[in-house]
Design a protein around this ligand. Sequence first.
Ligand code: MG
Ligand code: ZN
Length: 220
Amino acid sequence: MSIVMIERKVLQKNDEIARRNRALFFSHGTFAINLVSSPGSGKTSILERTLEHLKGELQVAVIEGDIQTDLDARRIASHGAPVVQIVTHGACHLEAQLVEDALSNLDLAEVRLLIIENVGNLVCPANYDLGEAVKVVVVSTTEGDDKPLKYPAMFRNSSVLLINKIDLLPYVDCDLERLRKNALSINPGLTIFETSCVSKQGVKEWCAWLRSKIFFVSRS
Ligand code: MG
Ligand code: ZN
């Protein structure tokens, strides 16, 4: 058997479990997002701003994927949201099986929005469906404007792009218009928000988008 065939089998198995997760989310009216980015783009900070903004309005739960440590899960737990930590012990992406296991620790009937924070990596998480409704990719201005061209699969498979650390734009080598253009050249259907976890710019708009999706899911 060739290596290519083994890889295909692994992905087939993953897709099967992802379908199970998706059916479970659907049956509970839970809107699930898979938050992806390279390390340090600000996924956890965006999550914190999101939790603050939706507090008291929507039941949000979080699954935290990290290669090592529960530091991010501790940050999230301090906001009072249910959080399950997955430590991958070196693996550079989450798989549907890990999410399925984590779900046994959550009561989905009580969860309208589930945010899965993936391991910081713009490569293989693009290929692993977790059962989410949408992938949301975060790119910070400190990473420059060429990421969509370098990691096209992630941008092609995502529905939303958050351009984060927008407050740092005057200080970094990133052309915002070029970044937008590069992203849309890979995926013209991307919904784009510009966010800052410091000034909180864009958090309201991002949460309004989430709210509209959740409303749709819980009514269907
Ligand atoms: Mg994080
Ligand atoms: Zn990986």
